[in-house]
Design a protein around this ligand. Sequence first.
Ligand SMILES: [Zn+2]
Length: 659
Amino acid sequence: MEDIKKEIEKLTEELLEHNRKYYEEDNPSISDYDYDMLIRKLTKLEEEYPQYKKEYSPTDRVGGKALDAFDKVKHEYKQLSLSNAFSYDELLEFDQRVKKEIENPVYTLENKFDGLTIVLTYKKGLLSVGATRGDGEVGEDVTLNVKTIKSIPLKLNEEVDLTVRGEVLIYKDNFEKINKEREKEGLSLFANPRNMAAGSIRQLDSKIAAKRNLDCFIFNLEHIEGKTLSSHSESLDYLKSLGFKVSEYKIFDNMKDIFDELIKKEDSRKSMPYEIDGAVIKLNDLEERELLGSTNKNPRWAIAYKFSETKVKTKLTDIIVNVGRTGTLTPVAILEGVRIDGSFVSRATLHNEDYINDNDIRIGDNVIVKKAGEIIPQVISSVKEDRKGDEKLFEMPKNCPVCGKEVVRQEGNSAVKCINVDCPAKISREIIHFASREAMNIDTLGERVLETLIEKDLIQDVSNIYKLEDKKKDIESLEKMGEKSVSNMLNAIEKSKENSLEDLLFALSINLVGKQGAKLLAKRFKTMDNLINASYEDIVDINEIGDKMATEIINFFKNPSKLALIERLKSVGVNMEYINEENEELKFEGMTFVLTGTLSKYKRSEAKKIIENYGGKVSSSVSKKTTYVLAGENAGSKEEKAKELGVKIISEDEFENMI
Ligand SMILES: [Zn+2]
């Protein structure tokens, strides 16, 4: 038994050390696979001998038992919120107030992250409680979820007692990825990364929180036992040395320079990987902070400068309802057209029924519309004081606006769906998806062309795409469809017949089966027939495919109309086999890549290996001969150089699509 206890301790320490190397030094010493094997081994031992499990065990990173509710936590140190400034004048006023008491104040400037504030308490260097800020006095105990955030250390490099405050956030690309997955599964979408981060941390099932890939920046030391620090910047440096990921800061001695920096920040925020909604200016000297103290609500030694967002007021004239590929009904606001950030906006998403009700948005209201980054415009609020009394409440239709069949809303889900498999709206979205670049990649058959073809009844289902040749004359007579473009289109259609099985599987819109799932199925079963004949057990046997997805796949291939469709595709000559990757083994041959910035999905060495395996080369400097620059976060001069030389810059996502 002593041996087992020692073994658990050894594994725990070893894994913590790997964690540290990975997240602090960005320099892992073992492969992800080996790491997972160690985690598995430790999990097994802990399950057999729970009495020896360490309270800071790295196995908690994957989440634990789901809770019924969160316990309340009374904060030992009152968590005040900051007062806001929106202009240079307001910053000057703040500075003047400080100067009444402090001679020559020195300030730090940090990002104001747009996430959810949490308070972490460590006892003897071990994470003991993670809590939400709540109302500043009482928050919720979200320790299990906090433990799943890999950048939050479970064990510090020193055995200290301390309390820190940080911001939990989600990266923009991750936000979009998760929302896309949710859309496919017919779940309601999060309106913005902040909502998603907050929803994840206030999630009763920590296993779900673990999958969201949250990150956390620590921005303040609230209290520490037995150590004296003289300045905020010193405390951040110290926290960093303990293993925290801390907010970066700059130091200034005058407001003019601060304001110049703020303008720079505001310009660059769109290109940042996460959202910031302003910057925080704090007095650096901790004794001076004490001297200034706090009002009832806010500390006097800090202020949050909020960026202006492009928000525009306009009239919401109507709400229409769109039906998506999975049958989800999405309310869309029809607006009196306005210009936002240079683009003309006449529609904006209202997400779902609950969003409209929660924000009390009515037809005829004046509303505030926001466009942030690449995210589609959204209505964020209604202007209640503008109401005249003739505004109308919106009601979600009880029947699908396209096919007229009754819609359903599942319990605990804000999405309303049309479940009619023959709904024309679903069918036309499915046809558009089938031809899309991600699926069968028939690039000349875009959304608009397809909509026309469907409308003219030239296509009724995806197999008709392959019979368009016979209708050449009809198509050529359509508006904007010359002989040349029709012949290009038919060539692209012909070529798509040769696609490998995974493209076809993804193109068929099987519920829950994304690109990755399709690839796994194609690799495993090799031919469509094998997959059709596969049992539930055969499918769920694939590591990454879970119960829900396997059930959807089985149901799809049990549906006679789907089988008939596959037969039709077969008869027109669409390839039904997995084309081995050997054909693309050297797809990067003759290409030169340059890696720059911080990659989040791959270690540099991994990315390099992948490129070399496909026959490509990796070089350290950008020249005219460079084929691609793979740019991660904070890509600097190399990205600039690539732009100058006209070398194509690709993101990690694009890279992933290439391999
Ligand atoms: Zn319908």
